[in-house]
Design a protein around this ligand. Structure first.
Ligand SMILES: [Zn+2]
Length: 478
């Protein structure tokens, strides 16, 4: 693709696959002056795993695209931190029994929350507009923003929730079209329920909005006594606190469709009496590691922090932007197989792009329209990256192409710093190549030479003037 053809494609608006309708739709914001998006964040009990990195990266790309299309000050992106969790609560009570509960929880989650923020920053993600913590939205707030207790009260008032045995439950039978997102039919679900309906529930699918705490369990005061909220109500509260009763985009992982997102919708719609909670529901696909489901028992469970800072995956540390590119090489809705090979591929690609972009020198370019067009088609990253590779191919001696590539890399959240060359590694590779040459394995020796060249390392074979032995020197070619 030449520079001319890249410039020829104009921004034609955004199309997104909506899980609510299972179709790709034109994106029409409720208010183009304030495009609003909510994405479910991680539970900050443990360090975030690489599965958590996927929605952070995917929706960061969407955030950047929305800012590009509507203006940076016209997009509000809320990504919460879930610090409401029985395990967190228990530890807060154990470790800080004398502190007020919210403060004790903050102490317990401080390290993991800070680590998450550092992790996603290393992955090239912009900070969301707001990053609310669930604990701050349990009880009515001084600033009058939505909170969980007030939401539950209005659900009871409107006949969508009831108290039973120390719990407040959402009455799924009170909502005619419950199950729209996951396409689960309530009647079928109840008829086929494998578990008997618990005695205090009106319907098998009824879920907890509030749960009483025993004296030794942590809890917040509420109209139903001391207790704690259910999981789903927190996102309903934080979303409406910052985005209003109805907003544009709600995102998260595929695994959240049911029950979490289904129940968020039920709560928000029934509490506010609205037709929808968000107009577009977007879900990223699952993540596997080296072909297997990531699990602690399989020993293939990696935190983002481990990949960035330790040598546990593939025997080396990985730059955040390599993880970012690897994650985006697969379309966000497809399952992704995270592997060392994929990371190596991403690293090579990124190196080539950066080298090509570097030839722009100080010249500034525009974000290529073809890139914006590809991303605008339901975040077609593969098409976008194909265009970048072509641009990189054109960049030799073409400052304009190089400058466009530079702008594209920054737009996508990559830096322009060239990857550092690990001198020890190069020396080891040269030694290995020398052994191959001595063994007359020319093909493999050439392959290694080319591979190094792709990384920007050019080898020069010569002879030692004194001993006459073969010597290989190298230089970084940019
Ligand atoms: Zn959520």
């Amino acid at each position: 693709m030449s520079e001319a053809s890249i410039k020829s494609e104009a921004f034609k608006g955004l199309r997104l696959t909506n899980t609510l309708t299972r179709t790709k739709e034109d994106f029409v914001p409720i208010d183009p002056q304030n495009v609003r998006m909510y994405v479910c964040g991680p539970t900050v009990y443990d360090f975030a795993h690489i599965g958590n990195a996927r929605p952070a990266i995917v929706f960061d790309v969407l955030f950047r695209l929305l800012r590009h299309a509507y203006g940076a000050s016209h997009v509000t992106y809320v990504r919460n931190l879930t610090d409401l969790d029985d395990k967190i609560n228990a530890r807060a009570l154990r470790d800080f029994p004398d502190l007020p509960l919210n403060e004790a929880i903050r102490r317990v989650t401080e390290k993991t929350a800070n680590q998450y923020q550092a992790d996603v920053k290393a992955l090239g993600c912009l900070e969301p507009t707001v990053e609310p913590r669930a604990t701050e939205f349990v009880q009515p707030r001084a600033d009058g923003r939505a909170d969980m207790i007030t939401l539950i009260l209005s659900l009871i008032e409107r006949g969508h929730a009831y108290e039973a045995e120390g719990e407040v439950l959402f009455d799924t039978g009170s909502m005619a079209d419950y199950g729209q997102l996951s396409k689960r039919n309530l009647d079928e679900q109840q008829a086929g329920a494998r578990v008997e309906v618990e005695a205090h529930k009106k319907n098998a699918g009824d879920f907890v909005l509030w749960k009483a705490s025993s004296p030794e369990e942590p809890g917040w005061e509420s109209p139903w006594g001391r207790g704690r909220p259910g999981w789903h109500i927190e996102c309903s509260a934080m979303a409406s606190a910052y985005l209003g009763e109805v907003f544009d985009i709600h995102g998260g992982g595929l695994d959240l469709i049911f029950p979490h997102h289904e129940n968020e919708i039920a709560q928000s719609r029934c509490a506010h009496g609205t037709e929808v909670m968000a107009n577009y529901w977007m879900h990223n696909g699952f993540l596997q590691v080296e072909g297997q489901k990531m699990s602690k028992s399989l020993g293939n469970f990696y935190s983002i922090h481990e990949l960035l800072e330790t040598e546990t995956f593939g025997g080396r540390k990985w730059p955040g932007e390599v993880l970012r590119l690897a994650m985006l090489m697969t379309h966000y809705r497809e399952p992704i197989d995270f592997s060392v090979r994929k990371l190596e591929e991403a690293e090579n690609t990124l190196r080539k792009w950066k080298r090509a972009a570097d030839s722009a020198g100080r010249a500034e370019g525009q974000v290529p329209e073809a890139l914006v067009a590809a991303l605008s088609d339901d975040l077609a990253t593969a098409t976008a990256f194909h265009g970048l590779s072509q641009l990189a191919g054109d960049a030799g001696g073409n400052v304009e192409a190089a400058a466009s590539l530079k702008a594209a890399l920054l737009f996508l959240g990559f830096t322009l710093e060239a990857a550092e060359v690990d001198e020890t590694e190069v020396a080891a590779t040269i030694a290995r190549r020398l052994e191959l040459i001595n063994a007359k394995n020319w093909a493999e020796a050439d392959r290694i030479r080319d591979e190094l060249l792709a990384q920007g390392v050019q080898l020069k074979d010569g002879k030692d003037p004194v001993t006459g032995e073969r010597v290989t020197t190298w230089e970084v070619k940019r």
